[in-house]
Design a protein around this ligand. Structure first.
Ligand SMILES: CC(C)(COP(=O)(O)OP(=O)(O)OC[C@H]1O[C@@H](n2cnc3c(N)ncnc32)[C@H](O)[C@@H]1OP(=O)(O)O)[C@@H](O)C(=O)NCCC(=O)NCCS
Length: 158
């Protein structure tokens, strides 16, 4: 598995990953290349958007880490990062998310982020378990949403 920064050429492969996740979970969300380019690859607030690819170059999944900007829709304080993880169902539970978080965490340390927020549906068991396993802990629960935070630069995996 190769972990690298996303480039504009990755938009189509990232879109395919999102469509496969939607087909599995039924959770609709924007997935076109223009949205992906604006929100992940070329987002001015991006700290790092990491891609996991297999030996043949197929995109298995990606993880975005952006800086919280004033008035962000997640209510996350400035100085924190906001993380999102999207891995195609065929690659689940093979350590892809773990490998992506190692890259995001290194980028968060380099960017001197204080904390990282993960915004997760309360019914998304795999998402909740994944972020717990990465060392995130719940700090806010509202309206079917669980927000977990990771303290950057501290070894806090239980
Ligand atoms: C949640 C998600 C990111 C996990 O990625 P992954 O590559 O499968 O995760 P890993 O294989 O690195 O798993 C790391 C650990 O997380 C936990 N975990 C991950 N998926 C789990 C599941 N379905 N059930 C229980 N624990 C799980 C486990 O502790 C796992 O370690 P283990 O396999 O040694 O037990 C992936 O399933 C995904 O992208 N799902 C769709 C989108 C989504 O829900 N995104 C996140 C929330 S917004």
């Amino acid at each position: 598995m190769d972990i690298r920064s996303a480039s504009l050429d990755d938009a189509a492969g990232m879109s395919r990953v999102l469509r496969e996740i939607i087909a599995l979970t039924g959770r609709e969300r924007p997935n076109d290349a223009a949205f992906i380019t604006a929100h992940y690859i070329a987002n001015p607030a991006s700290i790092r958007c990491s891609i996991a690819a297999d030996e043949a170059g197929n995109i298995l999944g990606f993880q975005s880490l952006v800086e919280a900007i004033a008035g962000n829709r997640y209510g996350v304080p400035m100085g924190w990062g906001i993380i999102g993880t999207h891995i195609g169902p065929r690659a689940h539970r093979r350590g892809v998310g773990t490998a992506l978080f190692a890259a995001s965490r290194a980028a968060a340390m380099q960017a001197r982020l204080e904390k990282i927020d993960a915004y997760i549906g309360a019914d998304n068991v795999s998402g909740l378990r994944y972020y717990e396993a990465m060392g995130f802990r719940t700090y806010r629960e509202t309206d079917g949403i669980v927000q977990k935070m990771f303290v950057v630069g501290r070894e806090n995996v239980a």
